[in-house]
Design a protein around this ligand. Structure first.
Ligand code: UDP
Length: 404
């Protein structure tokens, strides 16, 4: 399977992966996160773990178990880290710690490296002293302006790790632990991103009742306030006054996101009166459908208010689609404004650029071509695996791999 990537990234890249992986023979790595599906972390792990195993590494992926109270607290932590003003009580933080410790007793395997993703399982590190192994904390979220209290609380825990990994330079903070910058990636051969038969794409449009002959504007996202689906509808309405088009808002939920149902209901209510707005609640594993919707779109939006990296942007650019996205989090790493896509700040700006790109398809096409090239050069899974393998090596030889 990994050899198939040679056609996309070249033979040397894959040979190099094997070479570095050889140096890690015998090392076991346990990945831990908080949801098996929905959202970028699960998307990446579901593709990366099998590929690393194919390279001969002993890599596993486990998911913490928790109840809805825990996930309500962690969603609050997530939102405050994204700068939203919310109070989190001492009892809530105690419960957060307690659930982590219960999980630590149940899911930690005897591994050489524990690779913890995002804040939900961050407290597992309390077991580090006992296990005497290496710990990495991988942050996938926008860390540029966290609320002070929650950051103070989290900082102390993060500093118990051997290493921390962030997606974009703007997320770096003063920390007493080594910080490494590694942006995420997409897998060009996954069901989400592989080329599709046009007949299948048309069938998906038919299934959802979308007209293939009129422009389709799409945002794929979990139903989350921070993805601003209501702002997307407002932008679409500003465009619709002048130009005929359809809007697709497609996404599902994630185990660790209890707000999803409420947001979906609000979006449905807002869209109810317009038969050209398609609010699609997709079940987990709808990768081929998402791929088809992205490929069928005229323009793809990612109007997030906050964003870790925004894998959906990379997915759309890889499919050579013009993308209009907010200039937040890791999105500017993927889009150079007016070169490989469009960066916006407001609903009005988003509407303006939708109109522009619908009026100027040749310009939109140039943006899309540049966008795909940028993803090809920077954000494919092979680069990401290479970065992680070097990261693992650096834990054992910190002096040697200073360029990380
Ligand atoms: N995604 C999905 N189903 C959904 C919604 C999103 O498979 O219903 C995928 C999407 O294609 C992308 C990832 O989940 O691969 C979302 O990652 P992103 O970084 O854009 O946002 P996050 O959800 O992690 O905040």
């Amino acid at each position: 399977m990994i050899d198939k990537y040679k056609e996309i990234v070249g033979e040397e890249v894959i040979e190099e992966l094997y070479l570095v992986a050889k140096k890690l023979k015998g090392i076991t790595v346990q990945n831990i996160n908080s949801t098996p599906f929905g959202g970028g972390v699960a998307e990446i792990l579901s593709r990366m773990v099998p590929l690393m195993r194919e390279l001969g590494l002993d890599v596993f992926w486990d998911v913490i178990k928790a109840d809805s109270r825990f996930f309500e607290i962690t969603k609050k932590i997530h939102n405050t880290l994204h700068g939203v003003d919310l109070k989190i009580s001492k009892e809530e933080l105690d419960y957060f710690r307690q659930v982590n410790l219960e999980n630590a007793n149940n899911i930690l395997r005897r591994s050489d490296i524990v690779f913890v993703h995002d804040p939900q399982p961050v407290y597992l590190v309390e077991k580090k002293k006992k296990l005497k192994n290496k710990w990495i904390w991988r942050c996938h979220i926008d860390f540029s302006s966290p609320k002070r209290d929650v950051w103070k609380f989290l900082k102390k825990i993060i500093e118990r790790y051997d290493l921390s990994v962030f997606s974009a330079p703007s997320f770096a903070h003063s920390l007493k632990v080594r910080q490494v910058l590694i942006p995420p990636s997409i897998d060009p051969l996954s069901d989400k991103n592989k080329p599709l038969d046009p007949i299948y794409i048309e069938e998906v449009l038919r299934r959802f009742g979308i007209d293939k002959n009129r422009p389709i504007i799409t945002q794929i996202s979990r139903f989350d306030y921070l993805k601003d689906p209501l702002g997307v509808i407002k932008a679409y309405r500003l465009v619709k006054r002048y130009l005929d088009c359809q809007l697709v808002l497609a996404g599902g939920g994630a185990v660790d996101d209890p707000e999803g149902v409420k947001v979906l209901e609000e979006v449905k209510a807002e869209a109810a009166s317009d038969k050209d707005i398609f609010v699609l609640h997709l079940p987990a594993g709808s990768n081929l459908e998402i791929n088809a919707l992205q490929r069928a779109s005229t323009i793809i939006l990612q109007k997030s208010l906050r964003e870790g990296f925004g894998l959906t942007v990379a997915e759309a650019l890889w499919k050579e689609k013009p993308v209009i996205a907010s200039s937040v989090g890791g999105i500017p790493l993927q889009i150079a404004h007016k070169y490989s896509g469009i960066l916006t700040y407001t609903i009005e700006g988003t509407a303006y650029w939708i109109k522009q790109l619908l009026h100027e398809p040749d310009y939109a096409r140039r943006l899309a071509i540049n966008g795909r090239r940028h993803i090809q050069n920077n954000f494919l899974i092979t680069r990401h695996i290479q970065d992680y393998l070097l990261l693992f090596l650096s834990l054992y030889n910190p002096e040697e791999i200073v360029y990380l």
